[in-house]
Design a protein around this ligand. Sequence first.
Ligand SMILES: NC(=O)c1ccc[n+]([C@@H]2O[C@H](COP(=O)([O-])OP(=O)(O)OC[C@H]3O[C@@H](n4cnc5c(N)ncnc54)[C@H](OP(=O)(O)O)[C@@H]3O)[C@@H](O)[C@H]2O)c1
Length: 231
Amino acid sequence: MASTSPVILILGSGPNVGHHVAQAFVAKGYKIALASRSVKEEDKNADLVRISADLSDPHCVKGIFSKVEASLGLPSVVVYNASAGAPNNPEEPLSIPLADFSRDLHVNTTSAFVAAQHAALSFERLPDHRSKTFIYTGNILNETTIASLLDGGVGKSATAHIIRSAAAAYSNKGFKFYYADERKADGTPVYSKISGEAHGKFYVELAEHKSQGPWQQTFVEDVGYKHFPTA
Ligand SMILES: NC(=O)c1ccc[n+]([C@@H]2O[C@H](COP(=O)([O-])OP(=O)(O)OC[C@H]3O[C@@H](n4cnc5c(N)ncnc54)[C@H](OP(=O)(O)O)[C@@H]3O)[C@@H](O)[C@H]2O)c1
């Protein structure tokens, strides 16, 4: 069904970042599509659709976009927030089983790549005034290593490359691609102190920017974008 309200799709939506980003965009008049493994699809209305999906299977992403278009319309803002990667033995990072490495890479990178592909296809079909913004929730691991987080770091690094490439290639079309990374004021990682509210506020700002800013958006709660020397 066509809709005149803009639509945001959040892939990997849970109680913290996903919830707060959704609330921030509801306040801006967006309709909301949420995808994660545990959502209940029947819990939906005219402004909200929930899609049950496991992003360790990149083939599910196309179907998510089809469901969103059919129920709410084409998404003009797409947030990829899912992540995977249990801590490994820091002294033996190469001990990660292949099956785990492969699954986590699908969640952190391959499905994000497919989501960016479909976001671009959606953006092509939207009118000029729509936002056309893809945001990947990252962390500091595209810049540095943490001994116990090898496969998470591989995935964040690879997706940072995708985002950087897409930001450069599609800016002339008005499509924006961002790697967002909340930091403490001193530039160190927020780890478990990650703020869903700060993500909601900041992602709205990114969506409302008219043109592509720096692809890597390190930001600080209550401050916004802040450039830090490479970690
Ligand atoms: N900047 C930093 O230092 C920092 C620190 C911590 C986290 N982060 C990043 O923040 C993001 C997560 O934030 P959060 O936990 O606060 O967000 P959240 O929105 O509360 O939760 C994310 C949701 O992603 C879903 N998810 C996980 N694996 C999935 C899969 N295979 N398929 C579909 N959905 C999946 C989970 O829901 P289901 O269980 O229902 O699937 C989970 O609830 C991650 O990208 C993480 O890397 C950054």
